[in-house]
Write a protein that binds this ligand. Structure first.
Ligand code: NPQ
Ligand code: MG
Length: 375
């Protein structure tokens, strides 16, 4: 069995400008800023990306907090445990830390990448993801006018994207979606509210229920299941939960109480790739379709999302869009959409990609290194 001894873990912040501002019900981003990890172990290097944002809007975590929890608690705990012979050891060694799932996921990704590279195994093969290429969808931010959104959507449809997700917020919902649906009667369309509504908004969702949407994503509270169950009982359109699903236990509870009929899996949100696989397995056992979400990842975490999208229970196109949906230049070689709306799953060892040295140099800020304590 492969075993790796970690000699150092480096953190840095990556800054990538977005091709256009991305607006959701929780805020607007004009650039992507994230913590990137580099694990060195013998002659292999592993990469991990944290999906936290600059501010704790989508979730409780944020870049500054992730960095602090990694350097103070998570990395020292993993290093203190000695060599890694099984990637599950990462989650075990940081279990004493409550929460901080995005930071934990980044660390697990980096160690897993190094471990897989040492064993010459791809992430897709390791998790049992056989589908390649995978169908891809796209998420459309809130724009000032419906015309602007339609023009953006037409560009994505021309490129081949198989599903279009519209971000909604109070005041920019029913009329916007109605007009877009009228222009695109046959396009698979969904909406994502990012928890911007309350149970008092049930009439809005009943009106949206008439528009033939593939799903309504996270309409209610980020930490709620019961209100979603009550709303789902009144709708034909499946509710998809995103923010509310923090782990496989939540997924089982949500499915059993009827809070959703679809789950958006984001490995970073649930604490790592291994927990994401468990969410997938729990949903698949219960015949609930899942898809892989997106958080404007650089090519590093984009590669891992694509690998997970090849799992057998992933039966809907994800927010696994091409690099050029978000960046003029990615950190890695770009991920490119094929004309049929699919993307190839990286096949090389580990996550299958690495940052291009020139891009890493151009986009990095604040590098910091943590090494094992001398015994
Ligand atoms: C969602 N993503 O499904 C998220 C929300 C989101 C593609 O719609 C930095 C960190 C930027 C987290 C942008 C999409 C983010 C982010 C969007 C999460 O709800
Ligand atoms: Mg979402």
């Amino acid at each position: 069995m492969t075993s790796i001894a970690i000699s150092s873990i480096e953190l840095r912040e990556i800054v990538l400008p977005l091709v256009r501002p991305f607006r959701t019900s929780f805020g607007e981003d004009v650039e992507k800023r994230c913590v990137l990890l580099r694990v060195e172990a013998g002659d292999v290097v592993g990469w991990g990306e944290c999906v936290a944002d600059v501010e704790p809007r989508y979730a409780e975590e944020w870049n500054g907090g992730a960095r602090e929890s990694l350097t103070r608690f998570l990395i020292p705990s993993v290093l203190a445990g000695g060599p890694i012979s099984d990637p599950a050891q990462v989650a075990e060694r940081v279990r004493w830390v409550r929460g901080h799932r995005m930071a934990k996921a980044a660390l697990e990704m980096a160690v897993l990448d190094a471990w897989l590279r040492a064993g010459r195994l791809s992430l897709a093969a390791f998790v049992g993801a056989g589908r390649d290429p995978v169908p891809c969808g796209v998420s459309v931010g809130i724009a000032p006018t419906v015309e602007a959104m339609l023009e953006e959507i037409q560009g994505y449809l021309t490129k081949g994207y198989r599903r279009v997700k519209l971000k909604i917020e109070p005041g920019r919902d029913l009329e916007v979606v109605r007009r877009i649906r009228a222009e695109l009667p046959d396009t698979p369309l969904s909406v994502d509210a990012n928890a911007a509504y309350t149970p008092a908004d049930a009439p809005l969702f009943q009106a949206l229920d008439e528009l033939g949407l593939v799903m309504i994503e996270q309409p209610l509270g980020h930490d709620d299941l019961t209100d979603h169950a009550r709303l789902q009982a009144r709708l034909r359109t499946p509710i998809c939960l995103d923010e509310s699903i923090r782990n496989a236990h939540d997924a089982v509870a949500a499915i059993e109480m009827g809070a959703c009929r679809v789950i958006n899996i984001k490995p970073g949100r649930v604490g790592g790739l291994l927990e994401a696989k468990r969410v997938h397995d729990a949903a698949r056992e219960r015949e609930v379709p899942v898809w892989i979400g997106g958080m404007l990842e650089t090519g590093i975490a984009r590669a891992t999302n694509l690998a997970m999208a090849g799992l057998p229970g992933v039966t809907m196109p994800g927010d696994t869009s091409a690099s050029d949906r978000y960046f003029r230049e990615d950190l890695t070689d770009p991920f490119v959409l094929a004309p049929d709306g699919t993307m190839a799953v990286p096949a090389g060892p580990g996550i299958g990609v690495e940052p291009r040295p020139d891009r890493l140099a151009a986009c990095s800020a604040g590098i910091e290194r943590v090494e094992p304590a001398v015994p």
